[in-house]
Design a protein around this ligand. Structure first.
Ligand code: SF4
Length: 375
């Protein structure tokens, strides 16, 4: 549930769009934009619902998403920046290290039963959802049954690197998702050039999706079934300037994508240890403001149409219409803000982990809302 507000940047509306860096406005020529308030104002009762889970009653933000964290097996890729390999200073087990046990689906059904009557959307992510086809199909069937059994589901979105769709079981998996009914797919690929992309994503041996011919076939098959958004994490060695942005958009358009999302590495603050992924992120970061400024310096920028800015609960983005017709999103996020919200006691996010716990965030041991062990 976005709450759109049409506005033009002015003294009165600056506060509404305070999520957006001030320098950005210089590139938007005073355009009229829609402000999408994904973060619910604390004092707006229309954006909060009260919901009982177990023995406690929570204040739940609207909109909210539910993620059955995919961890049936290690990811098919080993992206150099992977947030699942970041380690917080305050320790705790990583969600990515847990594997579903025999009673996993019984526990998932128990968690979903707690969510009957709560308006939410399904957000399918974690490690790679499509890597284990059997787990994936059983998960889709469980979520679909819960939706028919009283969980009011607005949207169903898959975040994927595409690997499972390129395997022998890929066709059956495409059909399973088509039956499930996705609102759209966000497909990750960080460079149109196969070698440049694989230097970043480092697919495991034997993964057909590493090759562009397989990726492009999967992208076209997905875009034929539901809206496709390609996700490019901008970085040094990958897409890092206006020319790269234009090349990527042209490629995405040929694959049938209606939207391209250029996303900065999440800003990490000082909450994470000096691991390899942290060092890579620090060294390879391309600030999204800098990328927008670079795009704004090319002559064709005047033909791009600003559409909206989104004020998320830990991110902001700028949506533009490219002259080719494709929607282009520039996005930035901040993990410090995200953790602060998740630990607030209010619910902004729901994640079901492989240890049978329903949590208010991405740690399987913190902000626990419900546990199959206690049921
Ligand atoms: S595809 Fe996603 S989960 Fe897998 S390594 Fe890359 S960022 Fe991590």
């Amino acid at each position: 549930m976005d709450m759109p507000v049409a506005f033009r940047r002015s003294a009165e509306t600056n506060a509404d769009a305070s999520c957006v860096p001030a320098a950005l406005w210089a590139h938007l020529r005073g355009a009229a934009l829609t402000l999408l308030r994904r973060a619910p104002p604390a004092d707006d009762p229309s954006r909060w619902v009260s919901h009982r889970i177990g023995a406690r009653t929570f204040r739940v933000a609207q909109p909210i998403t539910f993620t059955p964290y995919a961890a049936a097996r290690p990811c098919s890729a080993r992206c150099r920046f992977c947030s699942e390999t970041l380690r917080p200073h305050d320790g705790g087990r990583a969600a990515s290290a847990l594997r579903p046990q025999r009673d996993y689906f019984e526990a998932l059904r128990g968690a979903l039963a707690q969510l009957r009557g709560l308006p939410l959307s399904y957000s399918l992510s974690g490690l790679e959802t499509t890597d284990d086809a059997a787990w994936c199909r059983a998960m889709l069937a469980t979520l679909d049954a819960a939706a028919r059994d009283g969980v009011p589901v607005a949207e169903r979105v898959l975040y994927s690197n595409g690997a499972g769709f390129a395997q022998a079981s890929g066709e059956a998996l495409l059909d399973a998702f088509a039956t499930f009914g996705l609102s759209w797919v966000e497909l990750s690929r960080h460079h149109p050039d196969e070698r440049a992309n694989d230097a970043i994503m480092r697919f495991r041996d034997g993964e057909p999706i590493a090759e562009n011919v397989a990726f492009e076939r999967v992208a076209r098959e997905l875009s034929a079934r539901q809206p496709l958004r390609l996700v490019c994490i901008v970085q040094r060695g990958g897409i890092c300037d206006a020319r790269g942005v234009e090349d990527y958009i042209a490629w995405a358009r040929r694959l049938g994508a209606g939207t391209v999302i250029f996303r900065e590495f999440s800003r990490l603050g000082d909450g994470y240890r000096e691991t390899g992924s942290r060092r890579y992120i620090d060294a390879a970061r391309v600030a999204i403001d800098d990328l927008i400024a670079d795009c704004a310096a090319i002559p064709s920028w005047s033909a791009w149409t600003p559409i909206a800015v989104t004020d998320g609960y830990y991110f902001w983005n700028l949506r533009m219409r490219h002259p080719d017709g494709i929607e282009v999103v520039f996005e930035s996020s901040d993990y410090t803000a995200m953790h602060r919200r998740h630990a607030s006691g209010d619910l902004y996010k729901l994640v079901f982990h492989a240890n049978g716990r329903l949590c208010a965030g991405w740690s399987p041991d913190r902000d626990v809302v419900w546990s199959a062990d206690d049921a």
